[in-house]
Design a protein around this ligand. Structure first.
Ligand SMILES: C[S@@+](CC[C@H](N)C(=O)[O-])C[C@H]1O[C@@H](n2cnc3c(N)ncnc32)[C@H](O)[C@@H]1O
Length: 349
């Protein structure tokens, strides 16, 4: 069995302040279980030449398995360790769009882009569609999408991305940003729709639907990605999307600090809650209905304002199967004094 050493992006150490190795180890274990037939063993850590690495044993196929491991959210380089020497392992980047798509926008309440990729990966790997990670297009919904970090990460991977965000300023800022970015990068795209959405004569939200393709030949052949963003309350998400539309629902819930969660579809019922649990209780059944059978939902939230067991109860109550063993319990980490972030993953049977 060969030994490997994985070098973590320097930025991950800044994002996770000391927990980057542990988070990468948990993510790696989920990759192993889900798409590598459990062939990765003895996941650990080692300092080599003064630099910390995540180490593991396994028999990897350089062409096939590297295409999966290249998706790891914090991977910088991968080496095979032989006789104390590091042989670089070729890891082809899965990204079709430049990384400034997720780094340019800076605003209060932004979810870190690297953490967003981790959440997207772990959710995808927990779905029944995981084996298609390296070669199929997934449909992803972020029902609390802010200014689009999840949407942008999904687009970079060549996926379809949909979002719901009730804050009009965030919606407009994202719509302007993405159009400007696509234009500046000369990426072929067109808007299918950009304007108000009406039901029974009333405006219930605004919507932007764009089609794009990183490769002009794909665009010409109609092999496009769909970006579909709605400005509305997330509890109304099922009014905008058909049942069983998405492979994945991936979201970062309001932290109860910068963002309040507002619940209730009517303006009169709106209230600001410190804990996102009320919002999740109202919205998760609708989100679950938008998932295909075998699809998965991944949520990040602040455990200081909502205990894990209660969030898990809400997911289970919506008919989802919560994944709660081994590596799924290893993602909790400190963000700052007011936020301890954790993730919960659940599958639609
Ligand atoms: C933690 S932020 C997500 C940030 C996002 N991932 C990003 O990087 O831009 C949570 C978002 O949920 C939105 N939100 C809160 N309650 C909502 C509701 N009832 N319907 C829709 N969006 C809501 C907030 O406006 C906020 O943008």
């Amino acid at each position: 069995m060969d030994r490997y050493a994985l070098l973590i992006r320097p930025s991950a150490n800044r994002v996770y302040s000391g927990t980057a190795v542990a988070l990468t180890q948990a993510e790696l274990e989920i990759f192993s279980r889900s798409v590598l037939g459990g062939r990765i063993r003895d996941i650990g850590g080692e300092v080599i030449g003064g630099v910390p690495y995540v180490t593991f044993a396994g028999d990897l196929d350089e062409a096939r398995d590297a295409a999966f491991l290249a998706h790891l959210s914090a991977i910088y380089a991968l080496f095979q360790v032989r006789d104390g020497l590091l042989r670089p392992f070729d890891i082809p980047s899965p990204d079709r769009l430049d990384d400034d798509l997720v780094t340019i926008q800076k605003y209060q309440g932004k979810t870190n882009e690297q953490f967003t990729r981790l959440l997207l990966n772990v959710t995808l790997l927990s779905s029944a569609f995981a084996p298609g990670l390296a070669d199929r297009k997934f449909a992803v919904l972020d029902p609390l999408c802010g200014r689009g970090t999840t949407l942008n990460q999904a687009l970079r991977l060549g996926f379809d991305a949909a979002g719901v965000e009730h804050d009009r300023k965030d919606f407009e800022a994202y719509a302007t940003f993405i159009r400007t970015w696509l234009k500046r990068k000369r990426i072929k795209h067109h808007a299918d729709y950009d304007g108000p959405v009406r039901r029974d004569g009333q405006v219930i939200g605004r919507r932007l639907q764009l089609r794009l393709a990183a490769d002009p030949a794909d665009y010409k052949a109609g092999r496009t990605q769909l970006l579909d963003v709605v400005s509305a309350d997330t509890t109304r998400a099922p009014e905008f999307f058909r049942r069983a539309t998405f492979d994945l629902v991936v979201t970062d819930a309001p932290y109860g600090i910068q963002h309040g969660s507002t619940t209730g579809a009517g303006a009169g019922q709106r209230r600001l809650a410190r804990s996102p649990l009320d919002l999740l209780a109202d919205a998760v059944p609708g989100w679950a209905g938008l998932l295909r059978d075998g699809g998965a939902l991944g949520i990040a939230w602040n455990t200081l304002v909502a205990p894990r067991a209660e969030a898990a109860r809400i997911l289970a109550g919506a008919g989802l199967e919560v994944l709660d063993d081994g590596p799924y319990r290893a993602f909790e980490h400190r963000v700052d004094q007011a936020i301890r972030r954790d993730i919960l993953i659940a599958r639609r049977p």
